[in-house]
Design a protein around this ligand. Structure first.
Ligand code: TYM
Length: 409
């Protein structure tokens, strides 16, 4: 518990707007698993982002549960990682709105993903599609996230999140941790197998271009055998900007086998694409096989998956509300009500030692508890969850305490 309190924090998420692809596995999930021992991790199924494009309700529900099964099957232990659905934690929407008000029209207009998606969905360019990055910033900032592991296409979104956080902090003080992106050296941009100048994407209309985690081995092999390469006569396997298809296949092979590009070039020297393409297919089949089998097994136990989601939402809501209530909302000047009609108040201790601060508060008849027990060192919590009227009575005492520290807020 003590150790967990000192771990740095990761947040990342994937939209259940389509089935999980090899691209999202290599660009994101594989790294989530690799980083999960070292960090305290929140891995989310971002279903609120998914509705910026029209979804079939039953499909969206099925995919969200299946995505959870695939997260676990990829190696994310639900006991060690907080796995949850974004819409189960209303604080995301709450902070999302607040950050909308600190995000500029101009900067949203420059987002590549907005330009791309609005050109593809010309009949539904809705406000959510436009303000998408502010909600994504809320996802990240709500947990005081240090690191955001994503594929290369999300770098711009993490950058705008940093800009929003810095803008907010410049006005209200040190409210949000400024997150860093983590973009893997290999696999950050897996390209379509049929049009390697485009990113592999779940919204790809061409069925052969995208590989899915849950796809059957036969299908996967078929796609790789048909993968677009180039018309170079020697069929030499080496990476260069003119050989986008081959370079992409080498990247995929590298992520699956751990081999470097030089090692791969040497391995297929003189063998041609006829041998290379099925070898990449085999490597992908073997990487995905245990994941698919485990996800299929988990999908049969819906009650287990739903328990994980309940537990995940509870843990995430706890952390999110703590940050939201102490951080953004109170600093902005809101009084914070919980839905059950009670208030929690979190204060950052003005002294390095939160315990000493709590003892001092007792002089004012205010009962505070140091925050270490809820993973929040340096903070103090009003010890009782009071009803509105009681809080009103406590506020003057709080004000006196704050004044005694020279705090005017
Ligand atoms: P999404 O759902 O499009 O993609 C999920 C993750 O997979 C990565 N990815 C890829 N990486 C390499 N090659 C590819 N072809 C490929 N396709 C997808 C993405 O970079 C991403 O990491 N906006 C996000 C979801 C989101 C989020 C967040 C992410 C919402 N809130 C907070 C991080 C933190 C998105 O649309 O990802």
């Amino acid at each position: 518990m003590e150790e967990a309190a000192h771990k740095k924090i990761i947040f990342s998420g994937i939209q259940p707007s389509g089935d999980l692809t090899l691209g999202s596995y290599m660009g994101a999930i594989k790294n989530w698993v690799a980083l999960s021992d070292e960090y305290e991790c929140y891995y989310c199924i971002v279903d609120m982002h998914a509705i910026t494009v029209r979804q079939v309700p039953a499909d969206l529900r099925r995919r969200a549960l299946s995505q959870l099964a695939q997260y676990i099957a990829c190696g994310l232990d639900p006991k060690k990682n907080t796995l949850f659905i974004q819409s189960h934690v209303p604080a995301h929407a709450q902070l999302g709105w607040v950050l909308d008000c600190y995000t500029m029209f101009g900067e949203l207009s420059r987002m590549t993903q907005f330009k791309d998606k609005s050109s593809k969905n010309a009949d539904n360019i809705n406000a959510g599609l436009f303000t998408y990055p502010a909600l994504m910033a809320a996802d990240i900032l709500l947990y005081q996230t240090d690191l955001v592991p994503v594929g290369g296409d999300q770098k711009q979104h993490v950058e705008i999140c940093r800009d929003i956080a810095m803008r907010f902090n410049n006005i209200y003080g040190d409210v949000f941790t400024i997150p860093e992106p983590y973009i893997p050296p290999t696999g950050a941009r897996i390209m379509s197998l049929t049009s390697p100048e485009n990113k592999m994407s779940k919204s790809d209309k061409d069925p052969g271009g995208c590989i899915y985690i849950m796809q059957s081995p036969d299908d996967i092999m078929r796609c790789f055998k048909r993968a677009v390469t180039d018309s170079e006569t020697g069929h030499c396997v080496y990476a260069c900007p003119e050989k986008l298809g081959v370079t992409n296949l080498m990247q995929i092979y590298s992520v699956c086998t751990g081999k470097t590009m030089d090692e791969i070039e040497a391995e297929f020297d003189g063998m041609g694409y006829g041998a290379f393409k099925p070898a990449v297919g085999e490597a992908v089949v073997e990487t995905l096989r245990p994941i698919r089998e485990e996800a299929e097994r988990l999908m049969k136990d819906k009650a287990y998956l739903e328990d994980i989601l309940r537990d995940g939402a509870e843990r995430a809501a706890y952390a999110a509300n703590r940050e939201l209530i102490y951080g953004a909302l109170t600093d902005m000047g809101y009084a914070c009500a919980r839905p059950d009609g009670a208030f929690y108040l979190f204060l950052k201790s003005p002294e390095p030692d939160a315990r000493a601060f709590c003892r001092r508060a007792m002089d004012y008849d205010i009962l505070l508890v140091p925050g270490d027990d809820f993973g929040c060192p340096g903070y103090a919590r009003l010890a009782y969850c009071v009803a509105r009227s009681q809080l009103q009575r406590s506020l003057p005492a709080f004000r006196k305490l704050a004044e005694s520290y020279g705090l005017s807020k």
